[in-house]
Ligand binder design. Structure first.
Ligand code: PGA
Length: 251
């Protein structure tokens, strides 16, 4: 695991965007696993800017989003489908046939989960997975639990997640209570993983996930077992990493 500490959110995002563009340069038809949330927003902006100046070409990439709320249609501003088109896909030359986002409106969610999993498998798995981390240590919507959930699955969202995400909704009651999430198998099956975290509010969970024991109670801790993880965090998110771990840090 490489842990890179950047000065701030902006430089973290630039560095993340350059890693993704390097991936696409090396493999134009890369299968990218993509994340939503506040953290990758600036990274998507950087990628759009790179595309506008001809520095990256998305025409052959294939994308799989990590998760989606159950019961929010695309027109709903808080659906992740809406987020992805608004913040990224609409602005680049991606082929819309190559965009995959779990369908939280599917009449049969179990079937949607197994079909989503099969689609990832049919594409040969994910080449490069982007992850944020929840305040409770979740990756995708893999919430703290007694066991890691391998497959794409229906999630009952944690109180902490509902409360964290309520900032995007009018009231906390409007936050969906369920979501579909890619499971740990597809995430850990990615050839490369990029974990991003920014801000003081993530400092404690970053420390726990990266430097404490591997436990399903902190789902991101499983990343310690992956052979090719790059973590890019800003100084605030690195605030709880002790000097004893400094040998793992590239600045
Ligand atoms: P955030 O969410 O980027 O909005 O902090 C991260 C996550 O919940 O995975």
């Amino acid at each position: 695991m490489r842990v890179i500490i950047e000065e701030n959110y902006e430089s973290m995002s630039k560095r993340a965007a350059s890693l993704i563009s390097a991936q696409i340069l090396l493999k134009p038809n890369s299968v990218l696993g993509l994340a939503t949330g506040s953290t990758p927003l600036r990274m998507y902006k950087e990628l759009i800017n790179m595309y506008k100046v001809g520095a990256v070409d998305f025409s052959e990439i294939i994308t799989f989003n990590l998760d989606e709320y159950v019961g929010l249609p695309m027109e709903e501003i808080n659906s992740y489908k809406h987020y992805m088109y608004d913040n990224f896909f609409r602005h680049i030359n991606i082929n819309s046939d190559n965009i995959n986002i779990p369908d939280g409106m599917a009449p049969d969610i179990e079937k949607e989960c197994s079909e989503y999993e099969a689609k990832i498998h049919a594409r040969g798995g994910i080449d490069f997975q982007v992850l944020g981390i929840g305040n409770n240590g979740h990756i995708g919507f893999n919430e703290p639990d007694l066991k890691f959930k391998a497959a794409t699955h229906l999630v009952e969202l944690d109180e902490e997640t509902i409360s964290a995400n309520s900032r995007f909704f009018n009231t906390i009651e409007d936050v969906p209570k369920q979501a579909v999430s890619m499971g740990i198998r597809a995430i850990m099956g990615a050839k490369k993983i990029l974990l991003l975290a920014s801000g003081k509010c993530k400092a404690e969970v970053v420390r726990k996930a990266l430097y404490e024991g591997i436990t399903p109670e902190v789902p991101a801790s499983i990343l310690q077992l992956h052979p090719d993880v790059t973590v890019i965090i800003d100084r605030d998110a690195a605030a709880c990493i002790g000097a004893g771990n400094i040998n793992m840090i590239n600045i």
